[in-house]
Design a protein around this ligand. Structure first.
Ligand SMILES: NC(=O)CC[C@H](N)C(=O)O
Length: 313
């Protein structure tokens, strides 16, 4: 039997406990602008479908979405292009490799990224976002995310976007490989610009929890009554979050926590507990696989305290 969180204080206790672990991690530095983050910052928010929400920690702290954005662009292209089209270009299998690995692109025949949560797959998905220009395509992603959060003020961090664009040579390599193999066919610089902006979309943990809740409730925002994402597509997104959402730590995370979740190198984690609630976390100190150290600790504690594992009903 699950029990709900009832106060910010309850969450604050978990933050205090998990904060001890922030010193075990380090902030991402391969995107130079991310290095400015404070490794000690930690915030958590939980959002229920009836509109009740609780949060604790450094709640005004904002994070860029980074890899968390991959789930949202996937939802958008599935809505626009349909399942058959999207999955003819990107697979559905976990890799067990780091998110930016190029290795399996060459060994998988015909050449097709194994899933949309690794960079090669996410670039393929972003390539499918329609529009006449990078600006128009980015506006469409932003509009969708503003709907999901019900927050018209969501924008992006220009510093982080520029910093990633200037240093994204590995993502350029992946894109050129994909172009050579006819998985994508656009100008690589435009794709990298769009992808860097998408990754730099910025929000706080409460916004993130609200998106998690929409996914948790099969794509519906129960407060407004709007079906923002079709149920089948929300299900596909959550399934990818279980199998590939925490990079090559997804298996261990499924056993220890059991919540569909997606992390990003900024230190964000979005959780979508099926039928129950959404969770947003920001903790910039990362473990060696690129997941928020304290974020994982908090999720382990929340899963136990509120019986959130989907494998433990
Ligand atoms: N793991 C991540 O969060 C990766 C996102 C980052 N923008 C990249 O493509 O390298």
């Amino acid at each position: 039997m699950g029990c709900q969180c009832r106060s910010n204080d309850e969450l604050q206790q978990l933050v205090d406990e998990a904060k001890k672990y922030t010193s075990n991690g380090t902030v991402a530095d391969y995107i130079p602008a991310l290095e400015k983050a404070n490794p000690g910052d930690l915030s958590v928010a939980i959002y229920y479908p009836d509109g009740k929400g609780y949060c604790a920690g450094d709640v005004s702290g904002k994070m860029t979405l980074q890899s968390i954005s991959k789930v949202l662009t996937l939802a958008l292209v599935l809505m626009e292009k349909g399942e058959d089209y999207v999955f003819s270009y990107v697979g559905k299998e976990p890799t067990g490799d780091p998110f930016n690995s190029i290795a399996k692109l060459e060994t998988n025949k015909p050449s097709k990224p194994l899933n949309p949560m690794i960079n090669a797959g996410a670039l393929t998905v972003t390539h499918m976002i329609e529009g006449a220009s990078v600006t128009e395509r980015f506006e469409r992603i932003l509009h969708f995310i503003r709907e999901l959060t019900q927050n018209p003020n969501i924008g992006f961090n220009e510093d982080v976007a520029r910093s990633e664009y200037n240093t994204a040579d590995l993502n350029r390599s992946l894109s050129y490989f994909l172009k050579q193999h006819h998985v994508i066919n656009e100008d690589v610089e435009e794709l990298i610009e769009l992808y860097s902006k998408q990754c730099a979309i910025e929000m706080d943990s409460q916004d993130l929890a609200r998106i998690g809740c929409v996914l948790a409730m099969n794509g519906k925002d129960l407060l407004t009554g709007r079906q923002i994402i079709p149920g089948d597509i929300a299900r596909i997104c959550k399934t990818f979050m279980v199998t590939c959402g925490m990079y090559n730590a997804s298996g261990e995370f499924a056993i220890n926590v059991g919540i569909p979740a997606k992390s990003g190198v900024s230190g964000g984690i979005m959780g979508a507990v099926p039928g129950k609630c959404g969770i947003g976390i920001y903790g910039a100190a990362l473990d060696e696989k690129g997941n928020s150290v304290a974020g994982i600790k908090i999720l382990e504690m929340m899963a136990k305290k509120y019986s959130l594992s989907m494998f433990n009903l």
